[in-house]
Design a protein around this ligand. Structure first.
Ligand code: FE2
Length: 272
């Protein structure tokens, strides 16, 4: 049994189409999506349609929840305009479907509890903690039950998205996996004097989970796609500059925000 786990598509139709082709070419029949299907990117309606059509299970990300809210209830004019701008890239049914998505999926594989969510057991955005670089204690929180989890057990394997960085780490006999990002892959720790090729990161990313006769495999996949083709229709898009910067450079538009959180948590790096 093979399952493809995809996440953080962010309206990138070209990247999503390429990974769906890749998944099909490998004969994988089951796809789970961990959210952030929309926002940041241009082709939000098409991405919702493709996920609805192709994925067996889909759960919500922070962007899906935020951009399916009632814009009239936004806390500020700026927020309302932003929600309206992204809702204009979708159909009414897309928005309703995004608002209906659950927050967690759990299954048992070889007697191990595999828990999947977008960012954390208690939050869709989890931006107060730094999942990948935090202390073991903070990272252990990712395995524990929280208000969004289905069972009250501590998970053996947690699979998530949100940070857009393809990573697997182990602690306390448990495995923590971020699938990366289909449509907005990033590396946060950057330094022009040390950076490798941007193409090492900027390709569409996903995870294959395989359960075969009692053995378990997790594989990271990177699929090249045509970034310029994705951007070509977006010249008039209101966030084109930020979007094209992120896709071409695999760098977050507000890296200083992440750097400040890391620094606060005592994690420093020599970014220039
Ligand atoms: Fe995301």
């Amino acid at each position: 049994m093979k399952t493809a786990v995809i996440t953080d598509i962010h309206g990138n139709r070209e990247a999503l189409k390429r990974i769906l082709e890749d998944i099909e070419s490998r004969g994988i029949k089951r796809i789970i999506c961990l959210g952030d299907i929309v926002a940041k990117g241009i082709h939000n309606h098409d991405c919702v349609q493709l996920v609805k059509e192709k994925c067996d299970i889909a759960i919500a990300g922070n962007c899906d929840e935020y951009f399916s809210r009632d814009a009239l209830k936004a806390e500020s004019g700026r927020e309302r305009k932003l929600i309206e701008a992204y809702q204009a890239t979708m159909e009414k049914e897309d928005i309703e479907w995004l608002a209906s998505l659950p927050y967690c999926h759990e299954e048992s594989i070889n007697g191990r509890l595999v828990r999947m969510f977008h960012a954390g057991p208690d939050s869709l955005s989890n931006d107060e903690s730094n999942t990948l670089y935090a202390s073991p204690n903070k990272r252990f929180r990712m395995f524990e039950a929280g208000r969004y989890t289905i069972s009250k057990e501590t998970a053996d394997i947690v699979i998530f998205g949100h940070v857009h960085i393809q990573t697997m780490t182990r602690l306390y006999n448990r495995t923590l996996i971020c699938c990366g990002s289909v449509g907005n892959p990033l590396d946060i720790i950057r330094n022009p004097e040390k950076d490798g090729s941007v193409s090492n990161t900027a390709e569409a990313q996903y995870l294959i989970m395989e359960d075969h006769a009692g053995t378990q495999t997790f594989s990271f996949v990177q699929v090249p796609y045509d970034i310029e083709k994705e951007l070509i229709e977006g010249k008039d898009f209101f966030e084109y500059e930020q979007l094209s910067y992120e896709l071409r450079n695999a760098a977050y538009r507000r890296n200083e925000k992440i750097r400040a959180i890391l620094t606060r948590d005592g994690i420093s790096f020599d970014q220039i």
